[in-house]
Design a protein around this ligand. Sequence first.
Ligand SMILES: Cc1ncc(C[n+]2csc(CCOP(=O)(O)OP(=O)(O)O)c2C)c(N)n1
Length: 297
Amino acid sequence: MAKLTLPAQELMYSGHAACPGCGPALTMRLVLKGLGPRTVVSIPACCWTVIATPYPTNALGVSVLDNPIEATGASLSGLRAAADALGYKDLNVVGFAGDGGTADIGLQALSGMLERRTNAIYVMYDNEGYMNTGVQRSGATPLGAWTTTTPVEGSSRGKPESKKDIMSIVLAHRPTYAATINPAFPEDFVRKVEKARDLTGPRFLDALTPCPPGWKYSSEQSIELGRLATDSGVFPLYEVEDGKYHITRKGGALKPVDDYLRAQGRFHHFTPEDVQAVQAEVRRAWEHLLLLEKETA
Ligand SMILES: Cc1ncc(C[n+]2csc(CCOP(=O)(O)OP(=O)(O)O)c2C)c(N)n1
């Protein structure tokens, strides 16, 4: 059996308040393994504020700043300016925000930080909804998914709109580095975090983070779901450096999206036609990614 080569250092401690199987918790643990202790993390209102820092505790072995939900990008610019003024050149300035606080409410602050070329790493953990406040839909919720604000009852059949493409929005700002990461593939994940750590300028990491209560599945399936997301092409693993695309996991033919969708209660109302529509969209996006990789080689 292959041996994992993850850094042994733990900067996330037990006793935090995450649900069992929490994808965002796995993601924080791996991000800190890749970055090490010279790190400050700015966290907006989201599940992670509750997980890490119910006053006066901190489950992380690094400093944490709680910021307003809309302000993570601005917070990173301020933290970097302060770190530079104090001469802390080797400090990793990191934002760790949910999809709601990134792709919706904090989008303008993120755009400002990218455009100002703030020397910082922004991690979006994408659990595809406003989970901390009770599973409301976000711009990152996928097409057709049940949430409390996109119910499956009467004429409502889940979210009528498609998922917002945050990577394309970020990449339009030409960051130094942007990559998708998935805690179900920890070595690919940590390699990208370490690469981001060693670069300067604005860097963005987009993590898919399964959420047992929000996606309605049993907590021990989080890693399996993450694997299915990537191997079906729902969440491809790739990185973009200096405008060049590189797909970091290509395992032959994509698996059908069926297993991924059927494993989650939020898609249980899907008809075969709904599954086909998702399949067609996933295939189209995958082909587009292959093309981008070829064209930018
Ligand atoms: C301006 C503002 N609006 C709404 C809220 C309430 N609020 C707190 S956490 C949260 C959900 C954030 O969702 P997301 O960023 O996706 O993170 P998750 O809860 O899924 O971890 C909301 C809406 C707030 N704190 N501030």
